[in-house]
Design a protein around this ligand. Structure first.
Ligand code: ZN
Length: 206
């Protein structure tokens, strides 16, 4: 279990634009609580009365050892694996907040896929696709990111000590949209790993 999940907002220009936001000059960081984690095949539970809920297909990077003031040059040596992530977001709740604790933090709102090793070169070639009920909704390339991952790790480690097992979630490409009860959502890192979750309403689970 990670001590923290650090997410990057608006790290793809086309996604910042689609929600009417400017491209940030510095990384926009927020946290998802470890209690929001579920695994591949688990159910995303939409709480009653939260309104619109969106998928955000993303790539997570897992930290291998404790580090503070990590240099950009050494940053990838602190990564021992990557995974598909769905940064599930209650969009109306988020829009009503200055901080995104509720909109991003509900139980089950952080599905994580299986971790696999990757060199930085392999990582930079990755393509991310999100599908809902088999239909492609998002397609993004790591090369489109505004802030590259080594820079992000260095930047974040000037704020907090990154601990073994922590996850940095690197932002979503354009094409975010609704999840409804009964949907199946997939985040695939093409050729490497697929994260698949079904969506249920809170009352279904009692
Ligand atoms: Zn996100």
């Amino acid at each position: 279990m990670p001590s923290k999940i650090i997410c990057v907002g608006r790290n793809y220009p086309a996604h910042a634009e689609e929600l009417g936001n400017d491209v940030p000059e510095e990384p926009l960081l927020f946290l998802k609580p470890p209690s929001s984690i579920i695994g591949d095949g688990d159910q995303i539970v939409i709480p009653d009365g939260v309104g619109e809920v969106h998928y955000e297909g993303e790539i997570g990077v897992r930290i291998s050892e404790s580090g503070r003031h990590i240099s950009e040059e050494n940053a990838w040596t602190f990564v021992d694996g990557i995974m598909p992530v769905n940064d599930v977001t209650a969009r109306q709740v988020q829009r009503a907040e200055n901080q995104w604790f509720k909109g991003k933090g509900f139980d089950t709102f952080c599905p994580l896929g299986d971790v696999f090793p990757s060199t930085l070169d392999e990582f930079e070639e990755l393509v991310l696709v999100t599908r809902v009920n088999g239909h492609e909704r998002q397609k993004g390339m790591v090369s489109e990111m505004i802030f590259a991952v080594p820079f992000l790790i260095a930047y974040i480690s000037r704020v907090v000590t990154l601990e073994r097992g922590d996850i940095v979630v690197t932002g979503t490409p354009a094409g975010v949209g609704n999840l409804s009860i009964g949907d199946i959502v997939e985040v695939e890192l093409i050729g490497r790993s697929i994260l698949r979750n079904s969506v249920v309403g809170e009352s279904v689970n009692g």
